[in-house]
Design a protein around this ligand. Structure first.
Ligand SMILES: CC(C)(COP(=O)(O)OP(=O)(O)OC[C@H]1O[C@@H](n2cnc3c(N)ncnc32)[C@H](O)[C@@H]1OP(=O)(O)O)[C@@H](O)C(=O)NCCC(=O)NCCS
Length: 325
């Protein structure tokens, strides 16, 4: 038995914020942002939308593609760090929105690696027989966790959602392996200081901008390239493959320079690597399922293809999966 992806879906909010829009908000330039990150524009959710709204549309599209009714899902796991509420899980809101009445639902907090951590958990449930179909979602409204006066961070992120529907099936196609890693000693290089039990909600905390992302970009950059390369090689080695066997590499879309450095170290060609960071920026836990959906609809994922995916994010967390499409 393997967990096979039988549906993909994504949703990007309609509003586009370009680098030229950012030039009017902070001291930056389109050329600087493109040279350092490859990002040209990102999507921003409407004020009326919350993360579950984006996730529900992406999830419904994955169900529609597979022709599966919401009632036939056994579990919903969602990677997000910008959910509707601190608790309960946004996956529960999506479960209610979809009418997935028999599914249990919870969120995974692994920052930009959230989708692959969620996929790994869903795969384990299906492979142990605790369900036949699992919806795995990555969704974020990162624009609400960003200080829009901080040019070091605000140019990098965007909003969006993606989802895949997994079904336990006999055969050779599906998830071949998942590898997960964490290292909490790097926490303060990339995190949101407030508001939790460490820094509970307070007026002083708001004035100190604690509910916004804090990052030491160049330190994150170095560890990200190293970790993405290591965990991608780990996936290939564990399954007896090399980079030459990979049809598509679908990495977390953080930054074009991170992606180029990683693909170079892995010996992958441009044709093997899927990139859409120029259109959406870093949508954190949503980048990989959005990319999977786009790559599928562009005809880049064909039956039997070997698909490698890897992610890196706050925690630090990093992960990979190898999929026979
Ligand atoms: C954030 C990042 C693009 C910055 O690029 P960098 O080459 O490391 O740049 P630095 O942070 O060293 O800053 C260089 C200069 O550019 C300036 N700068 C920073 N952001 C700027 C912006 N948006 N526009 C113009 N100048 C900017 C800095 O203030 C600094 O100026 P100084 O030399 O006068 O002090 C880069 O570090 C990066 O991509 N890091 C990884 C971030 C990431 O992907 N995080 C999520 C991982 S999941």
């Amino acid at each position: 038995m393997k967990s096979r992806i039988i549906g993909t879906g994504s949703y990007l909010p309609e509003h586009i914020r370009t680098n030229y829009d950012l030039e009017k908000m902070v001291d930056t330039s389109h050329d600087w942002i493109v040279a350092r990150t490859g990002i040209e524009e990102r999507r921003i959710a409407a004020d009326s939308q919350c993360t579950s709204d984006l996730a529900t549309i992406a999830a419904q599209r994955a169900l529609d593609m597979a022709g599966v009714a919401a009632d036939d899902i056994d579990l919903i796991i969602m990677g997000t760090i910008t959910g509707d509420y601190p608790w309960p899980a946004t996956a529960c809101v999506v479960q209610a929105n979809l009418g997935a009445n028999k599914a249990f639902a919870y969120d995974v907090s692994a920052a930009c690696s959230g989708f692959l951590f969620a996929l790994s958990s869903a795969n384990d449930f299906l492979m142990s027989g605790r369900g036949k179909r699992a919806l795995v979602i990555g969704a974020e409204i990162f624009s609400r966790a960003i200080d829009w006066t901080d040019r070091n961070t605000c140019v990098l992120f965007g909003d969006g959602a993606g989802a895949v529907l997994l079904e336990a099936q006999e055969g050779d196609s599906g998830v071949l392996s998942c590898h997960l890693h964490s290292d909490g000693k790097y926490l303060e290089l990339l995190y949101q200081p407030g508001f939790g039990s460490r820094n509970p909600a307070s007026i002083e905390g708001i004035e100190a901008k604690l509910p916004f992302l804090k990052m030491q970009g160049n330190e994150v950059f170095k560890v990200a390239v190293r970790s993405l390369t290591q965990v991608s090689k780990e996936a290939l080695t564990a399954n007896g493959y090399t980079s030459a066997d990979v049809a598509q590499f679908i990495p977390h879309q953080a930054n074009l320079r991170i992606l180029e450095a990683t693909t170079k170290r892995l010996g992958l060609t441009k044709e093997q690597s899927f990139i859409n960071v120029h259109k959406y920026g870093n949508t954190s836990g949503a980048t990989i399922p959005i990319a999977l959906d786009e790559a599928y609809h562009q005809g880049l994922l064909k039956e039997g293809d070997l698909i490698l995916s890897a992610a890196f994010g706050g925690g630090f967390t990093w992960a990979s999966t190898l999929i026979r499409w």
